[in-house]
Design a protein around this ligand. Sequence first.
Ligand SMILES: Nc1ncnc2c1ncn2[C@@H]1O[C@H](COP(=O)(O)OP(=O)(O)OP(=O)(O)O)[C@@H](O)[C@H]1O
Length: 216
Amino acid sequence: MGPLFRLEGLSFSYNPGCPVLDELCFRLDPGEKVALAGPNGAGKTTLFHLMVGLLTPTGGTIEAFGAIRRGEKDFKEVRARAGILFQDSDDQLFCPTVAEDVAFGPLNLGKRPAEARAIVAETLAMLGLTGFETRITHTLSGGQKRLVALATVLAMRPDVLLLDEPTNALDEATESLLTDILAGLPQAMVVISHDTAFLDRIATRRVRLDRGRLAP
Ligand SMILES: Nc1ncnc2c1ncn2[C@@H]1O[C@H](COP(=O)(O)OP(=O)(O)OP(=O)(O)O)[C@@H](O)[C@H]1O
């Protein structure tokens, strides 16, 4: 099987003359769990947004799931197969209840309501959140929101996970649960994290983003 993602010569700037990414190259193969590190403001989150088409590169190519991706139609397909966990859970959760938030993705992908309900129950159980279905999302704690945000991503059964600081705001027990879950998932993933103990347990490879490029 070929790579899930292949980025070639990828460049991006928010402001002309100030490149955030400068001809960056990256490849993600099936089964890999890649740790993405780098200083604050290096462009890690920007890279994720480019990979799923939330931003448009100023140069280079993005190949995902065996095809070069350019337009919005291409990236809609990419977003159905590559789930992104945002750095801020409040960007991910927008429904009144946990069940509605977790069902949103599957329903959007065309699942029937009964099927979506079963996926919600299964995904919440996997994250130790059984019984949270009717909880009001905005009243959850930071750590609970983080797990529910992850549930909304996993409920779409993505082939690739792009996780932006997944252990932020988690206590020790919840972080340990999350680490076990992520370590056991078969999907390839790229994980932005500064949490070295967490990365030691899950990462199969590490890359560092600095001055617009990736280095081992
Ligand atoms: N919407 C935006 N408009 C203009 N500049 C932006 C925007 N978003 C991010 N930037 C800038 O782009 C650079 C890269 O930001 P990004 O959030 O991708 O970095 P990061 O590596 O994820 O940082 P952190 O580790 O602090 O989360 C930073 O200098 C940031 O200020």
